[in-house]
Design a protein around this ligand. Sequence first.
Ligand code: PSU
Ligand code: MN
Length: 311
Amino acid sequence: MPHQLPEMYSLSKNLIYAQQTGSPIVALESAVITHGLPRPENLNLARDLEEMVLQNGATPATIAVLDGKVRIGLSDEELERLANLDGTRKISLRDIGIALARGFSGGTTVAATLFAAEQAGIRVFATGGIGGVHRGAPFDVSADLPQLGKSQVLVVCAGAKSILDLPATLEVLETQGVPVIGYQTDEFPAFYTRESGLPVDCRVDTPEEAAQIALEAWDAGLQSAVLLVVPPPAESAMDASVMEKAIQQALEEAESQGVHGSATTPFLLSRVAQLTGGESLHANLALLKNNARVAARVAASMGKSGQSKIF
Ligand code: PSU
Ligand code: MN
C-alpha cells in the first residue's frame, strides 16, 4: 500500500512528477535562506542551489513551512516570499507542531528539513553546515545531531563551522550511529576551512561510493543518516587563523550580550560574517553550491534503489 503523506504536507507538482518517474531528488533546507545569509544574497543563493541541482541531473526540493503547511518544493514566488519574510521564524523540530497549529511561516533547520524529507521519501539532502555541540556550552546540542541518528537520508555538507566544538560534535555523531564520510578528503572540513585536523570515518572519491555506503547501511536495517562531508572549494576556502579570531570575538559578544538558545547559531553566523567581511560570505555561497552539485550526483547514482519506497 502506498503511504500517503499527511495533509499538513504539500508536495509541489514537479516533485510529484519526479517521484512518479523515479527521477533523483535533492532536498534543500531553508533556514539558510531565512537565518543564514543576508538579503539579497539569500534569494540569489536559493535560486542558484535549485539551478545547480537541476544542472546536475536531479530535481530540487526546497523545504520550508509556509502558512502552517510543510511545503516540499517551492515555486520561485514562494522562494522570494520566504527570503523577504519579516520577523521570520527558524523552525527546528520542536517548532513544527507550533508552526502548523498557528499557521506560521519560516525556514526549516537541518533537523526539521531532514525529518520532512524522510516523510516524503527523499533520500539525499544538501546543506552548508550542520548544527552541533556549542563551544563552552556542551548542553547546547543542536537538534540536528539526534535527528541525524533517526532519518535514512544522505546529508551532504561542508562539515560544521568552528563556532562549534567540532571534536564533541563528532563524538555525538558517533553516539548517534552516523558515519562521517569524507568526499575526496581524509579530514572533517570546518566549513570555511578545508581542514580541522579531525579524521573522517571513511574516505570516498566518487558519488557512487558514497551512495553505496548509504544504501548498504539502510538495506542492513540501519535507521540513521549518512553524513557526506565535502571540503569548501579551494579557491574560496579561508585562512583558519583569520576565522578563529572572528569566532573568538563573536563568542565573547554572544556571552556578554546573554545570547542563548536558538538565537545562538544565527547570532554567531551573522557576527562572524560581519567580522570577516565579504570573504566569508563568498566562501559560504561557493560551498553551498558545491554541496548541491555533489548531492545531485549522489542522488543520480543512487538510481532506483535510492528512490522513495513510499509512493
Ligand atoms: N550552521 C551553518 N549555517 C546555518 C546553520 C548552521 O553553518 O545556516 C543553521 C542550520 O539550519 C542548522 C541550524 O540546522 O542553523 C542549527 O541551529 P541550532 O544550533 O539552533 O540547532
Ligand atoms: Mn544550538
